[in-house]
Design a protein around this ligand. Structure first.
Ligand code: ADP
Ligand code: MG
Length: 347
């Protein structure tokens, strides 16, 4: 794609733009009866229960276009939404995408955004079935709604954890947060001296964790395969501490997490130390990892035995509510978990 071209959106007009961006959609799901093109989309979800979730992404609050490629942003907007559907143990089938577009963006820029959106729709096997388009005076705005289905007995809520259940997480934590710290640092360096090229070498993994997160579709499929239904589940968007506290407060339980069990990638630790931060804090409070955090009954533990290829980490256990929510450190001290979260409203 040519980056030099800059076609003003006004040249196409609203309807021309929508047609341009949605012309090539091929519907994948049998449940999609009507997609883009009428006043509303039509779905036939048969007898399954329907899961609906929405996320709002605002330029300057949730993303920074100075270092976020639009294609990655489009991909991420879909991935973080289907992640919420998977966190219900449901299967996503459709998404809608609404955009508010500032005048600085060209048609080519929106094509890039939609390239990422369509790549994610293909990967997660969902149809883009509609949306809305408007101009914006305050930067780019993206709102995505995802729709999924599940049999009633399969749905997993946040409130089902029981005393003695095991706490599991589907991958390493803190990398997405350190990726953001790295991008912010290089942005500051560049602002100070535009002749300095950003030095991002060796950090591909954590940058991809920030810029191109994956929703853990594979984990939902794996749990189904080994016939394990978690007792509770949530996806990690705001950091491990905050999410386990959601599970515990809704389930009316406490928990113990173990410092030495929390998976942290070596590059995450390296960069955190280089920046004078504790990697554990990045893992506990960083957020945007989009891993699944779930609890299972001890009786189900043996079903994981001998299953290779899918890394699921056992990081603690559920306790009675009166025991509170604590991290047991390597020095065998108990530190109360703080639901700091990643909350831009607190900045
Ligand atoms: P309305 O006036 O009823 O809101 P629009 O002209 O906004 O209709 O939209 C026409 C069709 O294009 C609808 O099917 C709508 O869902 C779809 N659509 C509009 N904007 C987008 C978008 N940004 N991405 C995907 N589909 C869109
Ligand atoms: Mg509209």
């Amino acid at each position: 794609m040519s980056k030099i071209q800059h076609t003003e959106i006004g040249q196409l007009g609203e309807f021309g733009l929508i047609r341009h961006l949605t012309n090539d959609i091929k519907l994948k799901q049998k449940t999609t009866i009507k997609g883009v093109g009428d006043d509303a989309a039509v779905l036939d979800l048969k007898k399954q229960q329907t899961v609906v979730t929405t996320d709002l992404l605002l330029e300057g609050i949730h993303f920074d276009l100075t270092y976020t490629p639009l294609k990655h942003l489009g991909y991420k907007a879909i991935a973080v939404n289907v992640s919420d559907v998977y966190a219900m143990n449901a299967t996503p089938g459709q998404v809608t995408v609404s955009i508010g577009v500032s005048s600085k963006l060209s048609v080519e820029a929106l094509e890039e955004l939609y390239e990422g959106i369509y790549a994610a729709c293909d990967y997660y096997n969902v149809d883009l079935i509609g949306g809305d388009t408007s101009s914006s005076l305050t930067g780019l705005t993206i709102s995505v709604t995802a729709i999924g289905v599940a049999d009633k007995k399969k749905l997993v809520y946040r409130n089902g954890a029981k005393n003695n259940d095991l706490i599991c997480v589907s991958g390493d934590l803190g990398a997405a947060y350190m990726g953001l710290q790295l991008l912010e640092r290089e942005k500051r360096v560049y602002a100070g001296n535009p002749n300095v090229q950003p030095d991002l070498s060796g950090y591909d993994y954590i940058l991809s964790r920030q810029l191109k997160p994956q929703a853990r579709k594979d984990i939902i499929e794996f749990l189904d395969e080994i016939d394990v239904k978690p007792t509770s589940m949530i996806d990690i968007s705001d950091g491990l501490s905050s999410e386990i506290k959601h599970i515990c407060s809704q389930s009316k339980t406490g928990c113990r997490l173990y410092e030495n069990k929390i998976p942290i990638d070596p590059t995450t630790s390296m960069l955190a130390e280089e920046m004078g931060m504790n990697p554990l804090v990045a893992a506990l409070n960083g957020g945007e990892d989009y891993e699944l955090l779930f609890t299972i009954s001890q009786d189900d533990y043996e079903k994981f035995a001998g299953k290779e290829g899918v890394n699921i980490y056992l990081i603690g256990h559920i306790t009675e509510e009166s025991k509170g929510c604590y991290l047991v450190t390597n020095a065998d001290q108990e530190v109360e978990l703080q639901a700091q979260g990643w909350n831009p409203l607190k900045k």
